[in-house]
Design a protein around this ligand. Structure first.
Ligand SMILES: NC(=O)c1ccc[n+]([C@@H]2O[C@H](COP(=O)([O-])OP(=O)(O)OC[C@H]3O[C@@H](n4cnc5c(N)ncnc54)[C@H](O)[C@@H]3O)[C@@H](O)[C@H]2O)c1
Ligand SMILES: [Zn+2]
Length: 324
């Protein structure tokens, strides 16, 4: 359930009945953790460094050890404070500590607020492949607070814009156009979060509809893998959505001209739109994507036009179009 906070201190009221609160925070947002600790009494604070390289089981183990040392019981609750890396790792740590304790997400990136911290997917990377291990473990609450974005670097803000535009491209043309005009306002952040929450409620374990949120991610994850840390997740997603539209146009499922339109829109939002990798390079990475089935087919999300999408099962080896 998402909860909007006007001030960070308001979190204290939401947690007033908790006796055993553990904060797990990204070191870069220590100031948010300090503010939270002022408004409620906490039993322990665990600081972590974040990067895709550190988004591993080792980091999760280090968290588990600190919870054991601090004698966290099964009634403890974890508050994960940070971007998507932190909420994915801390949520995963909560999912497996003593076979599962409760947690709340307090996302401090725009990407976290509209996407990563909603829906209960938690996990870590393995051997350089994204989110290969993990668990579905729903946060009790996701706290959305515009105030925490004030220290977020511009590039990260734009990266979050990519996920926000993705959500609106799937379901809300009007909001898509407004987001391009106004940027990430509190109102639009809440709207994107609500759309994702509703999709997750209808299909929590991704048996069907929820897979729409992977728009741009099949190509995006492959691009992210090839780029080896030089681009952000949202930047990869933006490029991935453009490629999904290109694929859609090549098989007659996207409206004509959508690829060029999205390129212009994303460029306006300060996002990269040109993919520097060949289809052959991306196919190899896609083959290892956890979403490919036993028959090698991948469920692509094709943007039909702003506000509409369709699924298409395809073997990446059968794709033929120019990525550049
Ligand atoms: N679980 C899901 O459903 C889901 C969905 C989308 C993405 N993700 C995951 O989320 C991750 C990306 O998340 P992200 O973009 O939030 O990245 P991130 O967690 O790496 O945060 C981005 C950077 O901003 C810093 N930062 C965070 N908040 C800040 C703030 N308020 N002020 C200053 N600096 C701040 C972080 O230290 C980091 O350097 C990926 O690993 C991706 O796989 C998960
Ligand atoms: Zn994403």
């Amino acid at each position: 359930m998402t909860k909007e906070l006007v001030h960070i201190a308001d979190i204290g009221l939401s947690l007033k009945d908790e006796r055993e609160i553990f904060l797990i925070h990204d070191r870069n947002v220590a100031w948010v953790a300090e503010e939270v600790a002022k408004s409620t009494s906490v039993k322990g604070v665990i600081s972590i460094d974040t990067s895709e390289e550190l988004k591993t089981l080792e980091t999760v183990e280090a968290i588990e050890r600190q919870l054991i040392e601090a004698e966290a019981s099964r009634s403890a609750i974890i508050i994960a404070i940070g971007g998507g890396i932190t909420t994915d790792l801390a949520g995963f740590a909560a999912a497996i500590y003593k076979r599962g304790i409760r947690w709340c997400a307090f996302p401090t990136t725009l990407l976290g607020q509209v996407d990563a911290a909603i829906g209960g997917k938690t996990g870590a990377n393995l051997d350089g492949y994204k989110n290969m291990i993990g668990a579905f473990h729903m946060p009790e609450s996701t706290f959305i607070c515009a105030e925490v974005l004030k220290t977020l670097p511009e590039r990260q803000l734009k990266s979050g814009m990519a996920e926000m535009l993705k959500t609106f491209l799937l379901a809300d043309e009007k909001a898509y156009l407004k987001a391009l005009e106004d940027g990430p306002t509190q109102e639009l952040i809440a709207k994107a979060a609500a759309i994702k929450e509703a999709v997750v409620e209808r299909d929590p374990f991704e048996k069907g509809e929820r897979a729409c949120l992977n728009l741009g991610h099949t190509f995006g994850h492959a691009i992210e893998h090839e780029a080896r840390g030089s681009i952000t997740h949202g930047e990869a997603v933006a490029m991935g959505i453009v490629l999904a539209a290109r694929l859609g146009e090549s098989i007659g499922m996207s409206e004509k001209g959508l690829t060029e339109r999205l390129k212009a829109d994303f460029a306006k939002a300060g996002l990269p739109v040109e993919c520097h990798y060949s289809l052959a390079q991306l196919k190899e990475a896609m083959a290892k994507d956890k979403k490919s089935g036993a028959d090698g087919k991948v469920k692509f999300v094709i943007p039909a036009r702003p506000g509409e999408y369709a699924f298409k099962q395809l073997n990446p080896n059968d794709l033929h179009f120019d990525t550049k």
